[in-house]
Design a protein. Sequence first.
Length: 220
Amino acid sequence: MSEEAVSAILKQPDITTKKGIRDQFFMILMYDTGIRNREILDLCLRDFDAESKTPCVHVTGKGNKQRIVPIMPKTVEHFKKYVEIYHPENIPDQYLFYSVRHGMIQQMSDDNVARFMEIYNRKAKLECREVPDYLHPHMWRHLRSIHLYRAGMPLALLAEWLGHAQLETTQIYAYADTEMKREAIKKATDNMNPFIVKEEKPCWKNENSEELIRKLYGLR
């Protein structure tokens, strides 16, 4: 997805409503952290460290492995706004994202996430052609990974950030997209490239050009 497509999707939730604030924050957090859908649904309030100098999220990944993922200041602002509405009692063990059924608080389901993403995807598609036909949670993770790789994050660090046990798994994010190809072509055709022959003025373009031309053509 392009930046225009991302913006078109993120502005679809109605942030004058509780659900709109929740849905927008969910997608922002998913993009910023690049964590899996299940990992974000498993987050509890205590896993979010928003007060330290380096805000982060403590994530429990596959195989119960723990990792720390940094978050951007803007994401912290959305988090604080979200918590004021959904976690006024500030219960550390409560799921960060939850739903209420029959008066009971329970973990938000995968189906719930898929449902609201489908709604925003459909609306955003009407405004921006670059929005994909089908938006799924893993697309945010893939997109963030591509952006970080393009920005210069080494594969080894990207693998750790994503929670991949094997570096080979991260290779799927390391393809050369259109922008990277364009940059490579630009560098390859740069004037400093030793394979590019610089154009020089013909030696006959001088003060004695007429006389030289006569010699070349055997006229003198």
